[in-house]
Ligand binder design. Structure first.
Ligand SMILES: Cc1ncc(COP(=O)(O)O)c(C=O)c1O
Length: 397
């Protein structure tokens, strides 16, 4: 049987090779510090588990409305009002099985074949593949140290063609941890308005913002932005609920309806019990406290990891959000470890495993000169992990 051209065009995950190797080494009993997991290492809080148990006891195990149970969509609309100053009716909210699914349906609902989507790099790898799967073309725009790894409005302007439909924005960003300021979002929104572009704004890390910064949704910076943005969010990262698979989006009514219609033929409703768990997460008394606890824990780890890297003279993008440090490794390209030459971030990560550290190659995020360290590990592991990275670097010749 022959697979489609579309399926052929999808790139395999560059992270898989390193993860598979790390797992194989662990299974053999090797000590590996894994800076690879893109998910909180905490358990889902008790009050949310209790909410799910009650839903099960009450028999909430049937199909629900495709865009999600009304109570949850109302709670999400309230979240947008309270946290982001955005007013939506519950009909403008669609709940999906994970923000990844929300993103896919958002691209599917607005892209025609050949439409271009501007994606600032470094980017989360899934965007480009989903855009392709929906018939679009990802137009990657490189950001760099000079722009603080953010998209300048002039860069955006230069990337626009008559095929550009949409801008994809991710703040706080995976993998850099960069957080856009309100003034920067206003500049970007103005360029989008001047060129009639839509915006898809991925805000799944909104609760993990540090250094006194505040997460601002680009949809809130102007009337145009509100009317032309699909905001993507979810409970995975905010409430340590990655396995429950609940994401959501807010969109103009006609777009939300189109997404719901399409979702009715792809995944249907998200898991009913997980929806009730998400409802408890958003409305439960303990939610704010839990988020504060988790954010302060990640903040502490962020400070520890960055000071450890500073002490070793290792360069990285200073993160203000999410739970990642994007470490610069291109200075080591051309050097060898144990007779093996490092030509890129995949080699770097493969060889780093020999010193007992797993990291994700920057090639997975469109920036081969870096590797991503997720500080979803204990502080003790951060200390040991950086010690091992330092040993690795000292062995390079
Ligand atoms: C930037 C970004 N967006 C979306 C997602 C998907 O989240 P979910 O677990 O809700 O599908 C992730 C998960 O790693 C992510 O890093």
């Amino acid at each position: 049987m022959e697979i489609s051209e579309r399926a052929k065009s999808i790139s395999p995950s560059v992270t898989l090779e390193v993860s598979a190797k790390a797992n194989a080494l662990k299974a053999e009993g090797a000590s590996i510090i894994a800076f690879t997991a893109g998910e909180p290492d905490f358990n889902t809080p008790e009050y949310i588990i209790d909410g799910a148990k009650s839903a099960l006891d009450e028999g909430k195990t049937k199909y629900t409305a495709t865009p999600g149970i009304k109570e949850l969509r109302k709670a999400i609309a309230e979240k947008f009002r309270k946290d982001n100053g955005l007013v939506y009716t519950e009909d403008q909210i669609v709940v999906s099985d994970g923000a990844k699914s929300s993103l896919y349906h958002a691209f599917a609902a607005i892209l025609n074949d050949g439409d271009e989507v501007i994606v600032p790099s470094p980017y989360w790898v899934t965007y480009c593949e989903q855009i392709k799967m929906c018939g679009g073309v990802a137009k990657v725009v490189k950001t760099d140290e000079k722009s603080g790894y953010k998209l300048f409005k002039s860069q955006l302007e230069n990337a626009i063609t008559d095929k550009t439909k949409c801008l994809l924005l991710n703040s706080p960003c995976n993998p850099t941890g960069v957080v856009y300021e309100e003034s920067e979002l206003k500049d970007i929104a103005k360029v989008c308005e001047d060129h009639g572009l839509y915006i898809i704004s991925d805000e799944v890390y909104e609760k993990l913002v540090f250094d006194g910064k505040k997460h601002i949704s680009i949809a809130s910076v102007s009337q145009y932005a509100k009317e032309n943005t699909i905001v993507i969010n979810g409970v995975s990262k905010s409430y340590a609920m990655t396995g429950w698979r609940i994401g959501y989006l807010a969109a103009p009514l006609n777009v939300a309806k189109a997404i719901s219609k399409m979702q009715g033929h792809t995944t249907s409703n998200a898991c009913s019990v997980a929806q009730y768990a998400a409802l408890t997460a958003l409305t439960g008394r303990d939610g704010e406290n839990y988020i504060r606890f988790m954010a302060s824990e990640f903040d502490e780890r962020r400070k520890i990891l960055s000071s450890l890297l500073d002490a070793e003279g290792i360069k990285y993008v200073y993160p203000s959000g999410a739970f990642y440090v994007f470490m610069r490794v291109d200075d080591y390209f051309g050097k060898s470890y144990d007779g093996n030459k490092i030509t890129g971030s995949v080699d770097f990560c493969n060889l780093l495993l020999s010193e007992g550290v797993a990291a994700v190659p920057g090639a997975a995020f469109g920036e081969d000169g870096f590797v991503r360290l997720a500080y979803t590990v204990s502080k003790e592991d951060e200390i040991e992990g950086v010690k091992r990275i330092s040993t690795f670097l000292k062995k390079l010749v």
